[in-house]
Design a protein around this ligand. Structure first.
Ligand code: ZN
Ligand code: ZN
Length: 352
């Protein structure tokens, strides 16, 4: 074991503070990574504040962070795909059983025995896993992906969660040139959804409640922007979408979007509203439309997504902050006051 610098919260109402955590020495299958950037995902905030206590209660102290990009500093003797100095990424998962049908299908995100990057049981050291708000991390090579060197690293970090979460359902639902794709909600997830749909060749319509976001949506790659509060504007698109990505995590009327789908169209939820959504059966019946959800993606697909980003020059739009500003960033995140993701420059952890 060795000591790593980190920022943790001691309780659901405590601010982040500098601390030291234990990391394992790399086993033969491990990769040790010096963390350069870590994105701030809304899940980090939910976990730090124990807002998901009914599903996965937070064990304190908690070190969140699952949008990790860094440089390999050491590899175990059995590691074959990474060497010292390589750029590497780690997302929401750091382990799985590797034997179940989901793992064998490279869909580790559905493994019943998966290990999340933070706040999950640590098989090696006991206690819980600690995430990326730290200067280093040690991860089984199977859960480490290559980060293409042409990507801006601060903007690449959010690809590990926000990126794969929006890329995966678009691949699953066959988004290609000629499809009409809607993206609801222009936040950390939604802005990535617009970029991917555009790069996949779709005709992209961004839905937003705020006219202020129109210019930005067009800049991100939307072909059209619809102000969702306008019933008239919404009606114009009735029955026309192949696919809609719903990235809204607040309560909202999903039926308004279901009606915009064409026959066999699909709307996929990637946001997680706290309360159940009311869904009209008629909206789904008429047109054989479907509603589904999608969480992150498997490791193989995460690598595919990063390579796609490399080819198309895609990264998240980020505001880079030093770790000392993380409490302030959380306050702003609560107000959706960020374009579109915070990325922590982990070099700041070295300063006192
Ligand atoms: Zn996340
Ligand atoms: Zn499995």
């Amino acid at each position: 074991m060795y000591n790593a610098k980190a920022y943790s919260v001691a309780g659901a109402t405590s601010p982040f503070a500098a601390t030291t955590i234990k990391r394992r020495d790399p086993t033969p299958h491990d990769v040790q990574i010096e963390i350069l950037f870590c994105g701030i995902c809304h899940s980090d905030l939910h976990t730090a504040r124990n807002e998901w206590s009914s599903v996965m209660p937070t064990v304190f102290p908690c070190v969140p962070g699952h949008e990790i990009v860094g440089r390999v500093t050491k590899v175990g003797s059995a590691v074959t795909r990474f060497g010292s100095g390589d750029l590497a990424g780690v997302g929401c998962l750091v382990d799985s059983d590797g034997t179940c049908p989901e793992c064998r299908a490279s869909l580790e995100q559905f493994c019943p025995n998966g290990t999340l990057t933070y706040n999950a049981r640590d098989k090696h050291l006991g206690g819980v896993t600690y995430g990326g708000y730290s200067d280093s991390v040690v991860v089984d090579e199977r859960f480490v992906v290559r980060v293409p060197s042409n990507l801006d690293l601060a903007g690449a970090a959010p690809l590990l969660c926000a990126g794969i979460t929006t890329y995966s359902p678009m691949r699953h639902w066959g988004i290609t040139k000629g499809k009409k794709v809607g993206v609801v909600g222009l936040g950390g997830l939604g802005h990535m959804g617009v970029k991917f749909a555009h790069a996949l060749g779709a005709h992209v319509v961004a839905f937003t409640t705020s006219p202020r976001k129109k210019e930005d949506a067009l800049r991100l790659g939307a072909d059209e922007v619809v102000i969702s509060r306008s019933a008239d504007e919404m009606r114009k698109h009735a029955g026309s979408f192949d696919f809609i990505l719903d990235a809204v995590s607040a309560d909202h009327d999903i039926n308004a979007y279901v009606h915009l789908l064409r026959r066999d169209g699909n709307i996929t939820l990637v946001g997680a509203p706290e309360k159940p959504l009311a869904v009209s059966a008629f909206g789904l019946l008429l047109g054989r439309r479907s509603l589904s959800g999608s969480p992150i993606g498997g490791i193989r697909e995460t690598q595919e997504m990063l390579d796609f980003c490399s080819t198309h020059g895609i990264t998240a739009d980020v505001e880079v902050i030093p770790i000392q500003k993380v409490n302030e960033a959380y306050q702003r995140l609560l107000k959706s006051d960020v374009k579109y993701r915070f990325s922590i420059d982990m070099a700041s952890l070295k300063s006192p």
